[in-house]
Design a protein around this ligand. Structure first.
Ligand SMILES: Cc1cc2nc3c(=O)[nH]c(=O)nc-3n(C[C@H](O)[C@H](O)[C@H](O)COP(=O)(O)OP(=O)(O)OC[C@H]3O[C@@H](n4cnc5c(N)ncnc54)[C@H](O)[C@@H]3O)c2cc1C
Length: 170
């Protein structure tokens, strides 16, 4: 986002991408199909059920990465498995899939959206971090309102977009 901004003559916001890894693991134990999301109290890993005998497992990694098409590292998958196996006695039968994505954060870890205060015509919508899927409808509605569409009502109308304005880093 910062590189695109720079190419458009806007100052960077300090948005940094961090890699997070996920693996689909088949277990050699009869774990329930509908496990809830379970997060290690120290933030070392988390997992959730992914169907009969399977979980989705992450080492809760946040590795600084250059922007681009992220790929998982074997060491991060191995770390996740080691941390899981420190607390349960479920043998791992196979790592069926693994993938990684980037979670991009501004310095205060809040999203950045709205008109740039110094680059006329440049509008930010970036830094959605680890919540960009669930917040996309609300952020899109707020941004559309800022660009002149009617302000949506209901719960979204109660959100003050000032906290997310790029002007906070000006
Ligand atoms: C493991 C993981 C779990 C997550 N869990 C959740 C969750 O539970 N809930 C939630 O709300 N959010 C979650 N997120 C965060 C969410 O995925 C992101 O906030 C969201 O995807 C950001 O959307 P985006 O479109 O801005 O960027 P992205 O989805 O990252 O899309 C950017 C795209 O640009 C492409 N690209 C990059 N560089 C170039 C280039 N130079 N040229 C062309 N294309 C390029 C990339 O390949 C990618 O397809 C999670 C993220 C990860 C990685």
């Amino acid at each position: 986002a910062d590189r695109v901004a720079a190419a458009c003559g806007a100052a960077p916001m300090g948005i940094r991408p961090y890699r997070r890894t996920m693996a689909q693991v088949r277990l050699g134990a009869p774990v329930p199909a509908a496990l809830p999301l379970i997060v290690h109290v120290g933030g070392d890993f988390y997992f959730k059920g992914a169907g009969e005998g399977r979980i989705w497992l992450s080492p809760h990694d946040e590795t600084p990465s250059p922007p681009g098409d992220a790929a998982p590292e074997d060491i991060d998958v191995a770390l996740a498995i080691a941390r899981l196996q420190a607390v349960v006695d479920w043998p791992v039968a196979a790592v069926e899939r693994k993938w990684a994505g980037l979670r991009s954060f501004a310095p205060d870890r809040l999203p950045v959206f709205g008109a740039d205060p110094h680059a006329p015509g440049f509008v930010w919508c970036a830094g959605q971090g680890g919540f960009g899927i669930q917040t996309a409808p609300a952020i899109s509605a707020l941004l559309a309102a800022e660009l002149g569409a009617p302000m949506p009502g209901g719960a979204i109308g109660a959100i003050d977009p000032a906290a997310f304005s790029p002007a906070r880093f000006a």
